[in-house]
Design a protein around this ligand. Structure first.
Ligand code: F6P
Length: 307
């Protein structure tokens, strides 16, 4: 997000616009917590994870009073255009503000879950999968050396984009995601077969929102049937931090610049994303009303490649 804020600030300044940062997301609007941002205020931020403006979950913004108040504060502050970075919660607030018509609003997808329709990748996804992959590679060293069965839980409260990517890249034996019903009996069969075929270790990637439960729950259910020793590793919030990858920095820079250009052209109520390498605009409402499909061919390929 820092790389994106930097792009917004510097593109805004180059267009001679006044740029103001809002601290802690919508909470910052409601509490009038604004900071003027110039080119120098975003120096040395591109390589840092998180957001220097900080963020927050803002319950008040889910209410009509909250929206009204936010709209008022923005008007008092003379804000003409608002750029919001986030996922569906952020965009719902953005649509509500855009519909009141006093401020133009453009959304930028920023969520490691990557579950936003209208963009191939959201900011943060590439960094998260590379962080998870690094951990899985390390776990594989232990799994291989000690001939162990591992269940590794990755983030994804309702979608399996992270699990699918890191499972493929990390050579997982199995990937469990919310989009596909998990059959524990079948999983046990797969695990037993792979050890029978001569494999000495096995890594099962579990998305936290899988229908069979998280990694601890899946592992317990497998244990009840196979009585095989196992280990569980929950990667958790390490996936949400760290220095962003080059791909994330480039994506964040492009989307930040495109959002400023869109506002300057008078656009409002859209999310700017990237589809097949091209900047693409999607009405904000569609970003949560339409479902982004994940690559089921990749899931099938993982089965073949597990060998
Ligand atoms: O941003 C989405 C997500 O990464 C989910 O996958 C996860 O459930 C959630 O954030 C956890 O975030 P928090 O602990 O801040 O609620």
């Amino acid at each position: 997000m820092n790389a994106c804020i930097r792009a917004v600030v510097r593109c805004g300044v180059s267009r001679k616009l006044e740029v103001v940062g809002i601290r802690r997301g919508y909470c910052g609007i409601l509490e009038d917590d604004f900071a003027k941002l110039g080119s120098r205020s975003v120096a040395n931020t591109i390589y840092r994870g998180g957001t220097f403006l900080e963020t927050a979950r803002c319950e008040e913004m889910k209410t009509p009073e909250g929206i009204r108040k936010a709209n008022e504060v923005l008007q008092q502050e003379g804000i003409e255009g608002l750029i919001t970075i986030g996922g569906d919660g952020t965009f719902r607030g953005a649509v509500a503000l855009a519909e009141l018509g006093n401020v133009k609003v453009i959304g930028i997808p920023g969520t490691i879950d990557n579950d936003v329709y209208g963009t191939d990748n959201a900011i943060g996804f590439d960094t998260a999968i590379n962080t998870a992959l690094d951990a899985i590679d390390k776990i594989r060293d232990t799994a291989g050396s000690l001939q162990r069965l591992f269940f590794v839980e990755v983030m994804g409260k309702s979608r399996g984009f992270i699990a699918l990517e890191v499972g493929t890249a990390g050579g997982a034996e199995n990937i469990l995601i919310p989009e596909v019903e998990t059959r524990i009996e079948q999983l046990c069969l797969d695990i037993r077969r792979s050890f029978k075929k001569g494999k000495r270790s096995s890594i099962v990637i579990v998305a936290e929102g899988d229908d069979a439960g998280g990694a601890f729950s899946v592992a317990q259910q497998v244990w009840e049937r196979l009585r095989m020793e196992y280990r569980v590793c929950v990667l958790g919030h390490v996936q949400r931090g760290g220095s962003p990858t080059a791909r994330d920095r480039v994506l964040a820079s492009k989307l930040g610049a495109a959002a400023v250009n869109a506002l300057a052209k008078g656009m409002t109520g859209y999310m700017v994303g990237e589809l097949k390498g091209e900047i693409a605009f999607t009405p904000l409402r569609e970003t949560w009303e339409k479902k982004k499909e994940l690559d089921r061919n990749l899931l099938r390929l993982v089965k073949v490649l597990a060998g």
